[in-house]
Ligand binder design. Structure first.
Ligand code: ATP
Length: 708
């Protein structure tokens, strides 16, 4: 409709003199209002900012009658139950909050009890005296027509006076009876309370209530017995006004009234805080507000940690969910991990991983997913990954492979759950080599599992050529595998193994997903070299913990995550340890892993070992291969050299269990890592990079000479 309006343009042919005062035609105005209500704009001939529609609209009619309506989703409905009644955690939070307030009031008034007792002792007799006076006045009906009688007396009108007094006497006749019975009843009550006729727990509260009532009646109006306690404003209620004030502080919106609140989404309590669903004016989207969280918090006069603006998934981009916590979230106590003390999990079913800022449980899924945890040192990666691994450990079917390339011992508790060849902890080359062998083993598993699973499909155990629990239980060769590598960048950037390891990981995350292989990698270095796109882009479940800037956010979570509102760069390392933004399972989620300290993880692993009958099966690994000898072995007798790509393909063919993921680049990097040069090799007239037989032979001879 705005295309019908041109600022400052004069109405075509109106002939209105701007200098003259405008006379408004009320009938026309009314008509225009009705038209506006019907969704139309009536051009007001006297409106200097409106021009005739046909002067501007030269093309086709934009909204022909009966144009299709856009589906903006199901009509918003008010929740049947208040949100604090819909989850146990929220109910606890609400009860705790009420309990806290009740305890505070009880404490305040208990301390003041002696003062209150003194006030009651002072005012109760005064109340009794006042009450007696009031009852007497009522009984004698002196108040009723006193002024009329006085008036008759002043006028010496004895007849009227006597008539009025007779009326008064008639009233007093029955009132004396009531007063008499009332006084006798009160007296008897007093005697009963003063003696032992009733137990103390009846007498004390009744006497107390009576005294309190008298004291209340006897006190001056401005002297309350209970001290007025101004309860500290511990909780700041989020109102529409406050929400608008906060959003205005971002500088994105010009007029507060442009911020509206979604129907059915009024501001309400949600977990330990308040939730407002606001619709932003045209041209402003929720991501813009999320981006200016700091200004928003400033406008609300609250610490950042208490203000959680979010984009609403599956809603229009201008709808903002603003959740304001009662207290800074980092100071809130997270609920305990539900599986901490008992319970088991199922690899194929989600389990609780952590809690979002509203303290709602957030689930984690192992099947058909791979995981990445990226964050700066101290952001809580290892702890978060340990929760995922603890979840996996509580399914007795899961086979573990764990490599900690930092060697800090964060994952030592999982050692008893791993076959000896599948556990390593250390920053040395040997551990990296073993981690690489583990990847080769996973590749081999990918090769063997596919045909086996297909066979079970023909027996009716699955429908989609994917591993499921029934198959995993039936065949010990198809147990789900959870393979974790901490500080994976150490392996990926290794000059010798890096390229081949990255290629292997890419292959594993692509193929292993449906075969019950979950690769979980963690890294603190977030750049293109440490997180090659081939690996990350195939990992579905990615969690980014505290990082310095949007570059790392997009590298870890995928390009565009920052634009969609992911802001892990707002987390403060140390304070917000464990907080991360996750993609790949449900909508973009801000979540903090449940806190499991070392002792808790050790207990969980001990439980997990018991679930596995106290021991884990050994795993056969292929011996580490001699790469140079293998390359020499695939050179044909008449070849003096060969290209890397041909050699890589031949190696994958000859030793698929070890080299199936081998690429030309990876092979070149591995061989160069062993001290050989990559050279131009001419084969069948084509010159490409490769290696000569003579180089390989010399290197092998030198190595043999060194070891002698
Ligand atoms: N979910 C959590 N809840 C509470 N505190 C946490 C949480 N996660 C981590 N922390 C705290 O942060 C500290 C660092 O965690 P962690 O060792 O997992 O970080 P990291 O990112 O792995 O660091 P590094 O890269 O140096 O290994 C922990 O010792 C713990 O005190």
């Amino acid at each position: 409709m705005s295309n019908e309006t041109v600022n400052g343009a004069r109405p075509a042919g109106s002939g209105v003199d701007e200098a003259t005062a405008r006379i408004v035609d009320l009938a026309q105005r009314r008509e225009a209002r009705d038209a506006a209500a019907a969704g139309l704009v009536a051009a007001d001939i006297a409106d200097a900012e409106t021009v005739a529609a046909d002067a501007v609209l030269t093309g086709e009619v934009i909204d022909p009658p009966g144009a299709a309506l856009l589906d903006t989703g199901a009509p918003a409905r008010v929740p049947v139950l208040p949100s604090w009644l819909t989850s146990r955690a929220h109910l606890h939070a609400q009860v705790r909050r009420w309990g806290g307030e009740a305890a505070y009031l009880a404490a305040v008034h208990t301390v003041r009890l002696p003062v209150y007792a003194g006030k009651v002792a002072w005012y109760a007799p005064q109340g009794a005296y006042r009450l007696a006076g009031r009852v007497l006045t009522w009984t004698t009906a002196e108040d009723g027509n006193w002024s009329l009688r006085q008036d008759a007396a002043n006028r010496n009108d004895s007849r009227t006076f006597l008539e009025l007094d007779r009326h008064r006497m008639r009233l007093t006749a029955w009132r004396w009876w009531i007063t008499g019975f009332g006084t006798a009843g009160a007296g008897t009550g007093g005697v009963v309370l003063a003696t032992d006729l009733l137990p103390w727990w009846v007498r004390v509260p009744v006497a107390g209530a009576a005294l309190l009532g008298l004291a209340r009646y006897g006190r001056p109006l401005d002297a309350p017995i209970l001290e007025r306690t101004i309860v500290r404003a511990r909780y700041r209620k989020l109102t529409a006004e406050l929400t608008r004030k906060g959003i205005m502080a971002t500088g994105l919106v010009k007029r507060p009234e442009d911020i509206t609140f979604a129907a059915g989404g009024e501001i309400r309590r949600d977990g330990p805080g308040y939730l407002a669903i606001a619709d932003l004016p045209d041209g402003v989207i929720a991501v813009d507000v999320v981006e200016r969280r700091e200004k928003l918090a400033g406008g609300l006069r609250l610490p950042m940690d208490q203000v959680w603006p979010e984009v609403m998934p599956r809603e229009h981009p201008g709808r903002l969910a603003l959740w304001v916590a009662d207290r800074p979230v980092s100071a809130m106590k997270q609920p305990a991990w539900p599986l901490l003390k008992d319970g088991t999990t199922d690899y194929f079913t989600p389990f609780v991983y952590g809690f979002d800022p509203r303290m709602r449980p957030v689930m984690y899924r192992l099947d058909e997913r791979n995981s990445l945890f990226a964050g700066f040192p101290g952001s809580g990666k290892s702890l978060s990954a340990r929760v995922v691994m603890s979840g996996g450990a509580l399914d007795p079917l899961v086979t573990f492979a764990v490599f900690d390339l930092a060697g800090r011992g964060d994952f030592d508790a999982f050692e008893p759950l791993c076959a000896p060849a599948l556990f390593g902890s250390g920053a040395d080359d040997g551990t990296k080599q073993r981690a690489y062998q583990m990847l080769m083993w996973l590749l081999k598993e990918c090769d063997t599992r596919g045909p086996l699973i297909k066979r079970y499909a023909t027996q009716g155990l699955n429908t989609e050529n994917k591993l499921n629990r029934a198959i995993a239980q039936r065949d010990a060769r198809l147990r789900p595998i959870l393979a974790s590598i901490d500080e994976v960048q150490e392996l990926i950037t290794d000059p010798e193994l890096g390229k081949a390891a990255a290629a292997a990981m890419t292959s594993i995350v692509k193929r292993g997903r449906a075969l019950g292989i979950h690769l979980l990698i963690q890294t603190q270095r977030i750049d293109k070299d440490s997180l090659p796109k081939g690996v990350t882009s195939n990992i579905a479940l990615r969690t980014c913990l505290a990082v310095p800037s949007h570059t790392e956010v997009d590298l870890a979570l995928g390009t565009g995550a920052y634009n969609q509102g992911a802001r892990p760069n707002h987390f403060e390392i140390g304070v917000d340890a464990g907080w991360g933004v996750r993609v790949g399972y449900g909508p973009l989620t801000t979540v903090r892993a449940a806190y499991l300290d070392r002792a808790a993880v050790e207990q969980i692993c001990a439980r997990a070992l018991r679930l596995r009958g106290g021991a884990v099966a050994d795993v056969e690994m292929d011996e580490a291969r001699d790469v140079l000898a293998d390359v020499l072995g695939v050179l044909e007798a008449d070849e003096s050299g060969q290209h890397w790509d041909t050699l890589a393909a031949r190696l994958a063919d000859r030793h698929p269990q070890v080299y199936s993921a081998m690429t030309a680049d990876a092979l070149s990097a591995m061989v160069r890592g062993l001290g050989l040069e990559s050279r131009n090799v001419k084969v069948s007239g084509e010159v490409r990079r490769g290696v000569y037989r003579a180089q390989l032979v010399t290197a092998i001879d030198e190595r043999a000479g060194d070891s002698d």
